[in-house]
Design a protein around this ligand. Structure first.
Ligand code: AMP
Length: 594
């Protein structure tokens, strides 16, 4: 059924068209015909982002008699933000339908102004429960003519402790009314309200209760806590168009992360309960109009914020309550767009991830921390795209062009580009120049590089083999280059790597045992900067080298073992690798590496 067939008046249809709604969303398909056609009470299990405001709002606007000055409908919702949002949406729907008066009443704003507006006569009141109780107490809000009550985000209202207020308000509304209840979840308290105040309600569930969840993918980075902030920066750097909320656990952490990001030049700000209402409003508005790309927030402070096109939700910490995770992740992937919910976790959090996987009914993908070179690449190509599409019709520039051209005439096209790029990418090139990479903690019960190709999890043995490779730091060989080399030569297969020890002219790294032979074969045919790569199983280390190895620091003996000693290697590189531990002679008694 389309909007035309639903029985809307031309005025509503015109507004719907102007809003760009082409087809009704599932919640609208179910709720609108019931609202326009029947008298039944309705419980709709639907989350924000599913189009529920229009589902109740469009019929409500159509059904309201603007000739009658009395308040005919009451919408209760948990936050001031949502209150304003619903009011704004209803006002949009009512653009062509006479003089409909809709008023938002919520705490934290002047009650006198609200009383004044109420006195003028209001057809629909959109209210937070606390403030409405106040207004009823002052006899400013009169609910005796209300025939429709909508409880929006009822579960949130209960979470916020509004049960008594809701009960008190519903007692004020005449018995013959119609009640609609929207909630993301069905709990015993919701069922209690339904039983007490609703008349044989019809229950509607929208898809998986969270239609947006289909568009959300879930991923995690395994991160040492000391590296969390750096990884967050890498995520932001590798997604130049990111528009997301970073959820932190405490106000203090929220402020710290936001302050660091601001200091480091990111377009970010904090939203938490230590800010005044005015400050919170300013931050939310800046975020809503995309003047901010990253909002660092606590769950409570972000509750009222409703933004549709977030690209990312980032869980700087997993929430204590797994249900909260679904609320957070449901903020992305809305209105038909794709979104990703990313968590920064330690190996200890893996159990929580498994529990959450069961709740969201989707697997989490382990994501590799982007390397410096990947990030630089993404930034560069993002910039190239901007360069390709920039509009250059500025008269001001034209005027100076001949002189600029003359001044730069000694630079050829390539050199000119190189310089412009260096200027543009100062920060990134500086940040990532060292080639130092962030290494994930070892994930004992899974492969830290994540799922296999099809996205399903594969359990690995957790046994690693240590390999020798004839490349080291002086060759510009760092973890990032190793990983690239492995990826390039293993046709997209995910090869679980372990500890990496980089030395001056050669290195060691661990690989899951079952992949060792395959990887040796693959890499021994490979080239790195025109050099032939040689890889083989490292011999076990003699006693006494253990500590140096474990600490990850270079052992003098190791770095002294130069590849030049290898036989059959004209330049001292290629050919068969001399066993670095030949001298120890005897077979080692104990394994040392693991
Ligand atoms: P809501 O769940 O009410 O917060 O709505 C989520 C978003 O979907 C809002 O931005 C609406 O403007 C948008 N929306 C609602 N109905 C439709 C529709 N039929 N077609 C396209 N977008 C819609």
């Amino acid at each position: 059924m389309n909007f035309e067939e639903m029985g809307f008046t031309p005025g509503i249809l015109k507004a719907v068209q102007e809003l760009g709604f082409e087809q009704p969303m599932p919640v609208q398909e179910k709720v609108i015909p019931l609202m326009l056609g029947e008298d039944e009470d309705i419980i709709a299990l639907a989350q924000t982002g599913t189009g529920k405001t229009a589902a109740f709002g469009l019929p409500l606007v159509q059904m309201t008699d603007t000739e009658n000055n009395a308040t005919q409908a009451l919408i209760l919702c948990p936050t001031r933000e949502l209150c304003m949002q619903i009011t704004g949406d209803l006002t949009d729907y009512a653009r062509y339908t006479g003089k409909l008066r809709i008023l938002a009443v919520y705490g934290g704003a002047s009650i006198e102004n609200q009383i004044r507006e109420l006195k003028k006569g209001v057809h629909i009141i959109v209210a937070t429960p606390g403030r409405l109780i106040d207004l009823i107490g002052r006899k400013a809000a009169r609910l005796s003519s209300v025939s429709t009550v909508i409880l929006d985000e009822a579960d949130e209202m209960l979470n916020m402790g509004f049960l008594d207020s809701i009960n008190e308000i519903l007692e004020e509304v005449p018995g013959g009314r119609r009640t609609l209840l929207f909630s993301a979840t069905m709990s015993s308290e919701i069922a209690g309200i339904a039983k007490k105040y609703m008349n044989d309600p019809k229950e509607i569930t929208i898809g998986t209760k969270n239609a947006s969840a289909e568009n959300v993918t879930h991923g995690y980075y395994l991160v040492h806590s000391k590296d969390k902030y750096k990884v967050l920066k890498r995520i932001a750097d590798s997604e130049p168009d990111i528009y997301g909320i970073v959820f932190c656990r405490t106000r203090k952490e929220t402020q710290e992360v936001a302050s660091s990001l601001i200091e480091d030049g990111y377009n970010a700000d904090a939203l938490h309960g230590d800010l005044s209402q005015a400050q919170r409003d300013t931050v939310m508005q800046k975020f809503r109009v995309r003047n901010l790309q990253l909002l660092i927030a606590t769950d409570v402070a972000a509750r009222g914020l409703d933004v549709d096109d977030l690209t990312h939700v980032i869980n700087y910490n997993l929430p204590d309550d797994n249900e909260v995770y679904t609320h957070r992740s449901g903020r992305t992937g809305r209105a038909g767009k794709k979104g990703i919910s990313i968590s920064l976790i330690s190996p200890r959090d893996k159990n929580n991830i498994k529990q959450i996987e069961r709740i969201v009914k989707k697997p989490f993908k382990a994501i590799q921390i982007p390397s410096g070179s990947e990030i630089c690449g993404k930034q560069l190509f993002h910039w190239v795209k901007k360069l390709e599409t920039v509009v250059t019709e500025h008269q001001e520039i034209e005027k100076f062009l001949p002189e600029i051209t003359a001044k730069l005439s000694n630079l050829d096209r390539e050199e000119l580009l190189r310089r412009v790029v260096s200027l543009e990418f100062d920060r990134f090139l500086d940040d990532y120049r060292s080639g130092e990479e962030i290494i994930s903690p070892r994930d004992r019960d899974d492969n830290f590089r994540g799922s296999d190709k099809k996205g399903s999890r594969k359990e690995y043995s957790g046994n690693y083999k240590r390999l020798f490779i004839n490349l080291g730091k002086t060759d510009g060989f760092y973890p990032e280059q190793l990983i690239e080399l492995v990826n390039r030569n293993t046709s997209g297969r995910k090869i679980p790597l372990g500890k990496i020890d980089l030395l001056k002219t050669f290195s060691f790294f661990e690989v899951e045992s079952e992949f060792a032979d395959y990887l040796i074969n693959a890499l021994n045919n490979a080239k790195f900067n025109d050099r032939r790569v040689a890889v083989e199983i490292a011999q076990e280390k003699p006693e006494g080298h253990r500590e140096a190895d474990r600490s990850g620091k270079r052992s003098a003996k190791w770095s002294d073992r130069r590849p030049e000693k290898r036989k059959g290697d004209k330049k001292g590189h290629a050919g068969k690798v001399l066993k670095w531990d030949k001298k120890s002679g005897k077979k080692n008694k104990k394994k040392k590496y693991r």
